[in-house]
Each structure stands twice: as structure tokens, then as C-alpha cells.
Design a protein around this ligand. Structure first.
Ligand SMILES: *Cc1c(COP(=O)(O)O)cnc(C)c1O
Length: 466
């Protein structure tokens, strides 16, 4: 019997595994992505879940997918620890703002929605490692946001070290300080003399240096880790419940600014489980491969363009394969064939449409326009990623179906975009970003070569045991 606590690969070549093993595997060993063997149906529990506070709701939802790998008490403690770092008692509050309901996902330590998943993942890694007696040395390359959320997720944790490479002087000042001001002994920042792509290249070279990778027990903080998607399912239920009780509507629609298809895939899972969500509005910036796919059925790679919303400047959405698996009738051989075709030709075609998705994209002007409108009319200042969603949502407003818009970052993380939109009219500030300036920092500046980074890792971790 397939159950939601057994994990399979989208490419069908990994024997079924449990939750903890799926979390430690990250990407599936056959190159695919891990998914629960079945999606649980929860419609008969919605009335009971409706009034739960965030942490209690999280335990109910996560518990369905975890099984015996964590006791209910361990899960409760882990969830509590993960969300007590948030600066709002509701963790992800929902605010009515003009025509929409804004789900604020930026109350975590780095002021972006990735904290919701990475605070949980850090604690989960620590728990699983403690039970197995293993250690994990995480190596990652970041263009800004994921790196800082990952660092804050694992700082101070036992049996985990983290090494994050960022391009020297090419991330924003706030992003840089969010990483380099973390002085816990298990956190190691590396500023690479080069671009983000150089960091990615060095990362790939080290991960293919198998003797080194094995000796130093290196792992990734992958954007495709199942636990990240799982943690994000919770706030879709939470938001739908809040808006139901506020408006009396039976169900809602949710607009999600996306790049990697991770966040919105969590929304799709919530919908499939039976959350009171009728439709998903997918919003992209000028990198619109996903919006084009949902409008035309053609998934075709383009050139990456730099926009006001850098965390969505992505052309190949790493979580898309999970959705593809369901669109082709859960047949791994069809997934393999389509992914192979996409890798060779940069394009795949999928006939038919999915009625639960609508999609749109917002260019620079539309994004700046949404920031100005929401500030001037509602006195609500969105960050540029959130603004992409707000701009796209306007085309899909429906009096019978309240619109939830995900706010994925606090505007104080992107003061340059706020200035572009509003000049001196308003300055985006937050006490957490203001407090960063003047703090001591620690960071190694290294050339963008495999040798330099491997030498740094070896010196930091000391001689290999065994
Ligand atoms: C990562 C990120 C996104 C995009 O999330 P996906 O899971 O890639 O869709 C949107 N907004 C912000 C602020 C982000 O950091």
C-alpha cells in the first residue's frame, strides 16, 4: 500500500525510502526529486484544523508525512523551536490590504519566506544526525537569500558545519551582513572573488571530487529538499482558514510569486490534500518560463534576465519536475523521457491544461507600479517579489473568491528597489536589518578555484577521522 510516509523518486529508480532518509538524500540518487508515494486527503479534518494556531496546525500536517521517524513529542518540540525565532506570534499572519489578503511570510530571522522552511530543516537535520550519530558539513553557493536563510537555520547546531560561498562585493550590503555577522563557530562564510556563476562552478567541481566530498561528509542545502516543500504546505492551510473566518467565503485563491516552483508546488499539494483553495495564480517577473508554460503548454528555456526581484531570476525551475510527475499520470518513464528531451533541446510540450492554475508575469514597470499603488493607496509597502504577485493578482480578482497574496520578503531587504519605486517618499526599514550595521563580521575572501575552497574546508574542519 502506498502511504505518504514512504518516498519515491520522480524518475522511478530509487527504492522506496522513509522520511528521514529522504531528507538526508536531498536530491534523489537517480537525479530525480523525492515525493511521498501518495498525497493524504484531509477534507474531513478541516473543521477541526480551522481553529488551530500555527504550530499545532504544522504538527498535524507534518505528522502525516513523517510517520515513525519522529515521535509526536519530538515533532512538537522541533516545530516550537523552529518558529519561536519569528517575530510575530502568529508566525505567518494574514492582513487585509485593499482588495487582497496578504500572507506575510517574512517574520523570520532573515526577513524572507525561506526562513519558514530552513528554520525547520536546520532543526530536523540536527535531530536526525543526533539519532544516527552522523555529522554533516553543508556546502552551498548563494546569490544572496538562500545562503543567509540556510546559515540562520543551522547556526549553533550540533554535528553540523555550514560553508556558504557568495560572490565578493556582488550581493547587497544587507544580504552580506546577514551572512557574515553570524559568528557561531559552525558557520563559515566564503566570499569568492568572482560572480555567482563562479561560485556555482566551484560548488559543482567540489561535489564531483568524490574522494574529497566523502572524506569531509559534504552535503547540500538543496532547494529541492522535500522537507522544505513540506514545511511550506502549512501556511497555505493557515491562510485559507484565516480568510474563511474573516470573509465567510467557502474557499480562496492564492497568488504566489515564484521562480523555482517550490513555494507554489507546496500550495498545489495543499490544494490536492483538500485545503479550501480553489485556484493558484502563478506570478513571475520577466523570467517567465513558468507563466508561459501555464498559458501555452510549452516549457522552453530562455536567457536569464536580471530584474528587481533577484530571487526569482531563474529560468529552469528546479521543483517543476515534481509537478510534471503528476501531470503525466505518475509515470516515471514519461518523466525521464520529457526531462531528457528538455535537457537536449531546451523545450518540452505538454498537451492539455490544468484548471487549477492561472498565470501572469509582471515586468519592471508593473512591479514598480504595484509598489507605488500599495504604498500610496493602502500605506502598505511590498518588497519587489511580493509586488510581482500583487501586480499579477489584479487581473484575477473575483468578488466570490477572496485573493490571498504571498508576501515573500520584507521591503527593508530591497531598499534599492523601494527607492526606484518611490524615491524619497518612504524608506524601508526594519530593526533586524538596522541592527546589522556595525556588528563584527567574519568571512574568508578566496579565489574562485576548487583548490582554494577545498584547502579552506580542510583547514577549518581539521584532519579527517575514521
Ligand atoms: C526564493 C524566493 C522566491 C521564489 O520562491 P520559489 O520557491 O523559488 O518559487 C520569491 N521571493 C523571495 C523573496 C524569495 O527569496
Amino acid at each position: 500500500m502506498p502511504d505518504p510516509m514512504t518516498y519515491i523518486s520522480t524518475r522511478g529508480r530509487v527504492p522506496p525510502i522513509g522520511f528521514a532518509e529522504a531528507v538526508m538524500m536531498g536530491m534523489a540518487d537517480d537525479g530525480g526529486l523525492l515525493l511521498p508515494a501518495t498525497i493524504p486527503e484531509v477534507r474531513d479534518r478541516l473543521d477541526r484544523w480551522q481553529s488551530l494556531e500555527y504550530a499545532a496546525l504544522a504538527c498535524e500536517i507534518l505528522g502525516l508525512y513523517i510517520g515513525d521517524d519522529l515521535t509526536p513529542e519530538a515533532l512538537r518540540a522541533l516545530v516550537r523551536r523552529s518558529y519561536e525565532s519569528f517575530d510575530h506570534p502568529e508566525v505567518t499572519p494574514v492582513r487585509e490590504v485593499g482588495p487582497v489578503h496578504v500572507l506575510e511570510l517574512y517574520h523570520g530571522p532573515t526577513l524572507a519566506f525561506k526562513d519558514v522552511a530552513l528554520q525547520f530543516l536546520g532543526n530536523l537535520f540536527e535531530q536526525i544526525l543526533a539519532e544516527t550519530g552522523r555529522t554533516l558539513n553543508i556546502l552551498g553557493a548563494t546569490s544572496g537569500d538562500t545562503g543567509s536563510a540556510a546559515i540562520h537555520g543551522v547556526r549553533g547546531k550540533t554535528n553540523i558545519n555550514i560553508f556558504i560561498m557568495h560572490p565578493h562585493r556582488r550581493v547587497s550590503r544587507v544580504q552580506e551582513l546577514q551572512m557574515t555577522s553570524v559568528l557561531d563557530p559552525n558557520v563559515h562564510n566564503i566570499a569568492i572573488r568572482g560572480t555567482f556563476d563562479d561560485g556555482q562552478r566551484v560548488l559543482k567541481e567540489i561535489f564531483t571530487d568524490l574522494p574529497f566530498k566523502t572524506a569531509y561528509r559534504l552535503g547540500a542545502v538543496n532547494s529541492v529538499n522535500w522537507a522544505r516543500v513540506l514545511a511550506q504546505i502549512v501556511y497555505y492551510f493557515y491562510a485559507a482558514f484565516r480568510v474563511r473566518e474573516r470573509t465567510g467565503a467557502a474557499a480562496v485563491q492564492v497568488c504566489v510569486p515564484t521562480g523555482n516552483f517550490g513555494d507554489i508546488f507546496a500550495g498545489w499539494l495543499a490544494l490536492r490534500m483538500g485545503a479550501p483553495i480553489r485556484r493558484l495564480v502563478l506570478a513571475t517577473n520577466e523570467n517567465d518560463i513558468l507563466a508561459r508554460f501555464f498559458r501555452t503548454g510549452v516549457y522552453a528555456r530562455g536567457e536569464v534576465r536580471h530584474t528587481l526581484s533577484p530571487s526569482m531570476d531563474i529560468q529552469v525551475a528546479s521543483n517543476f519536475e515534481r509537478y510534471l510527475f503528476f501531470r503525466v499520470g505518475e509515470d516515471p518513464s514519461v518523466v525521464r523521457e520529457l526531462i531528457d528531451r528538455f535537457t537536449r533541446t531546451g523545450r518540452l510540450d505538454l498537451p492539455g491544461a490544468d484548471p487549477v492554475f492561472v498565470a501572469g508575469s509582471a515586468d519592471r514597470n508593473a512591479t514598480l507600479g504595484a509598489m507605488r499603488r500599495y504604498w500610496r493607496r493602502q500605506r502598505y509597502l511590498p518588497d519587489p517579489h511580493t509586488a510581482v504577485g500583487l501586480a499579477v493578482a489584479e487581473s484575477f480578482l473575483d468578488p466570490a473568491l477572496p485573493m490571498v497574496c504571498l508576501a515573500t520578503a520584507h521591503p527593508a531587504k530591497f531598499p534599492e528597489a523601494v527607492r526606484d519605486a518611490l524615491g524619497d517618499e518612504v524608506t524601508a526599514t526594519h530593526e533586524r536589518t538596522a541592527a546589522l550595521f556595525g556588528r563584527p563580521t567574519r568571512c574568508a575572501v578566496l579565489p574562485a578555484t576548487r583548490e582554494a575552497v577545498e584547502r579552506f574546508i580542510a583547514q577549518t574542519l581539521g584532519p579527517v577521522r575514521d
